[in-house]
Design a protein around this ligand. Structure first.
Ligand SMILES: CC(C)(COP(=O)(O)OP(=O)(O)OC[C@H]1O[C@@H](n2cnc3c(N)ncnc32)[C@H](O)[C@@H]1OP(=O)(O)O)[C@@H](O)C(=O)NCCC(=O)NCCS
Length: 172
């Protein structure tokens, strides 16, 4: 299996992976399409896991902002991640996330934020975000599911404020 950057030729297969992983609902695959069309999209942060010419998993990381009074920090949000149901629990999601975080760091991004399963993401370095002075008001979620991963030492001390997901996330 390889992890590589998504190409336009993968789009329909990536739709299918997200559709199946999210229990045959179209919200997440449509969110992927919207993010691709937005200015927050970074092509090399849309990753696929491929084996035998089949797309087994997909991860999308894209730009968002943390706003503190009139200061805006560009950050990355992880959403969505999807692995085909019959290929889950084989480490594919982990490989996608590890490669995705490595690429974010290489691009110079200091922190990655997400809303997700509190038992899954801590293994990659994610920690509850609110205790670091990060806030989320757009979604009413508990402290343990709103998480942050520091990629560059010291960035968590410097980036404080409210995470704002782009409008794309609300117009599906
Ligand atoms: C979440 C997901 C991407 C993980 O990918 P994966 O390839 O199955 O994960 P890995 O094989 O790398 O890791 C397996 C671990 O993830 C855990 N896991 C899988 N789905 C989980 C879930 N919904 N909640 C919590 N933990 C989950 C497994 O219990 C396993 O834990 P263990 O290593 O302690 O046994 C995949 O299960 C998926 O597509 N789920 C449906 C879509 C979804 O919920 N996406 C995330 C939205 S935040």
């Amino acid at each position: 299996m390889i992890i590589r950057t998504e190409t336009t030729a993968d789009y329909s297969k990536v739709f299918q992976v997200n559709y199946e992983a999210f229990r045959n609902r179209e919200d997440e695959p449509k969110l992927v399409e919207k993010i691709r069309e937005s200015k927050q999209f970074i092509p090399e942060l849309s990753l696929v896991a491929e084996e035998n010419n089949e797309i087994l998993g997909h991860l999308l990381l894209s730009k968002a902002e943390v706003i503190n009074k009139n200061i805006s920090h560009e950050v990355i949000v992880l959403a969505p991640i999807a692995v085909k149901p019959e290929f889950q629990n084989k480490g594919i999601g982990s490989q996608l996330i590890q490669e995705g975080l490595r690429r974010c760091r290489d691009l110079g991004y200091g922190i990655v934020l997400l809303i997700g399963h509190p038992t899954y993401y801590p293994r990659f370095g994610f920690k509850p975000a609110r205790r670091y002075g990060l806030e989320l008001k757009q979604f009413n979620v508990s402290d343990e599911v709103f998480m942050v991963c520091e990629l560059i030492d010291g960035k968590l001390d410097r980036i404080k404020g409210e995470l704002r997901y782009p409008d794309t996330f609300f117009k599906i």
